[in-house]
Design a protein. Structure first.
Length: 485
């Protein structure tokens, strides 16, 4: 940017006069950036406080100190910054021109998938929500297709932002500073070698309509929430699309839970099975291999069963379909009891967490607290939906208290590892079959496995007898028991 005879590089946070760098403190530069980006508009002292010290309470006199330093750096050109008594400050020259020709807007979005199966309704809902939601977070279990869906939404929304769409993959990042750097680079701003702040990024992006897509924020959810909230406060025209296994929990956030694809019910007709989006995805993936499948009546029934047992989770279905060439449809179905071993071999170009089902679940498990990890393992003992009372009776011991269970089940639900449904006033929980297999694999290496299994057996027997004593048939007792345990 150019202000008078000065060149200002917002990305590098550098002020130059006639090619020579002018020394300027970090806070003073933040003030300069806020004034320059206002384009001649008056900036109040409160606005400057928010831009330079976001989320921090400081003495208002700090503005005077750093404004004095800024004017000292401007020297003979100090009048470029005008004080409007009782109101604020503004640049003397509202016309600020770019030092380079404006390059055509480029999107950093990944290429969209050729076909996104079974997501038409979700796409329509999400695009409408983007019109009214400053931040829209897609949540859901690992492998359910949050990233693919978000990328498609961003492609469809891109024309509304004149192509100013920035994609940031957060999975490999570990710090807030790394997130800031990635954001600046994705927005075409040079990150520089330090002095990088949320305020400087907010100033650089202020007042320009832009869509940010932040993918896989669950391991940096706190840092991401802080950055997003401050960016939105400075730019009402900004829209942020986030994928995460848990919400950011910030103001203005709208949540959209990405559900698995619909699967055919047991005993569905062949025609009904073929109409299932999950089966459609399996067929598309399998038929992209050199060896095509015939999908006759017998085979289509097996495919329906595979998709049902995989709970309609797209990643699991894609990995299963990739095994058809070597094992056949029947071979894949038979080996689903060891789904962690068979569901591997994802696309080489995929993120590491999307190449195997185990890697996807490893990512989720690593983010849990220790008590939630213990609870998650023990919940694998339930092969049917269960209530809180059943859970408490089976998993609690000296190592895992009822208080741990209350906190832990909330964490597991929030992180999309346990599904909850409300039947009137009572909550019922269940794990996806592939998730339960992963938890059971973890439990096998846990010393508590035998005692958990013993308590489960005792609970089942006790409840079975209680139902039978109330005059229920054995079938009714078994049905009522599974509703509770």
């Amino acid at each position: 940017m150019k202000l008078g005879h000065f060149d200002i590089d917002l990305g590098m946070r550098r002020l130059q006069l006639d090619g020579q760098t002018v020394r300027l403190g970090s806070r003073a530069f933040d003030i300069l950036a806020a004034l320059v980006l206002a384009g001649g508009r008056l900036v109040t002292r409160n606005e400057l406080m928010d831009a330079v010290w976001p989320g921090i309470i400081v003495e208002e006199g700090n503005i005077d100190v750093h404004m004095s330093a800024l004017r000292k750096a401007l020297g003979a050109n100090r009048d470029l910054i005008v004080t409007v008594p009782g109101r604020g400050y503004q640049c003397a020259h509202a016309q600020i021109i770019s030092t380079q020709e404006q390059a055509p807007a480029e999107s950093s979005l990944p290429v969209r998938r050729a076909t996104l199966v079974g997501r038409d309704a979700a796409l329509s809902q999400l695009c409408k929500a983007m019109d009214r939601a400053p931040v829209l977070t897609l949540t859901g279990t690992g492998g359910v297709g949050k990233t693919s869906l978000a990328i498609e939404v961003a492609h469809q929304m891109a024309p509304r932002f004149d192509g100013l769409v920035s994609f940031v993959e957060l999975a490999s990042l570990t710090t807030k500073e790394a997130v800031l750097r990635a954001l600046m680079e994705s927005c075409g701003l040079a990150a520089g070698n330090g002095n990088m702040t949320i305020a400087s990024l907010a100033a650089a992006l202020s007042e320009t309509p832009r869509l940010l897509l932040l993918d896989s924020a669950e391991h940096l959810v706190g840092s991401t929430a802080e950055i997003v909230e401050l960016l939105l406060a400075k730019n009402p025209a900004l829209r942020v699309l986030v994928t995460s296994r848990e919400p950011l929990r910030i103001r203005s956030e709208i949540l959209f839970k990405v559900d698995p694809l619909d699967v055919p019910k047991a005993h569905s007709s062949d025609a009904e099975i073929r109409q299932s989006p999950a089966v459609d995805l399996f067929m598309q993936c399998a038929n992209s291999l050199p060896l095509k499948i015939s999908a006759d009546n017998h085979e289509i029934g097996l495919i329906g069963e595979i998709c049902r047992r995989l709970d309609g989770i797209p990643l699991a279905i894609e990995l299963a379909a990739a095994r058809v060439e070597a094992l056949g449809v029947e071979g894949v179905r038979r080996r689903l009891d060891d789904c962690l071993a068979i569901l591997t071999g994802g696309y080489r170009t995929a993120m590491p967490r999307h190449r195997t089902l185990r890697a996807t679940l490893d990512t989720s498990f690593a983010l849990l607290s220790k008590s939630a990890q213990h609870l998650f393992q023990r919940l694998s003992i339930f092969n049917n939906p269960f209530t809180f009372e059943a859970m408490r009776a089976v998993v609690c011991d000296t190592e895992l208290s009822e208080e741990n269970v209350i906190d832990g089940i909330g964490e597991l639900v929030a992180k999309s590892l346990v599904n909850v449904s409300l039947d009137e006033s009572e909550a019922t929980y269940r794990l996806f079959e592939s998730t339960r297999a992963y938890a059971a694999d973890k439990l096998r290496d846990n010393a508590a496995m035998l005692s958990v299994a013993s308590r489960y057996t005792h609970y089942v027997s006790r409840n079975f007898e209680a139902h039978a004593n109330r005059g229920h048939t054995a079938a009714d007792a078994r049905s009522n028991l599974f509703a509770a345990a």
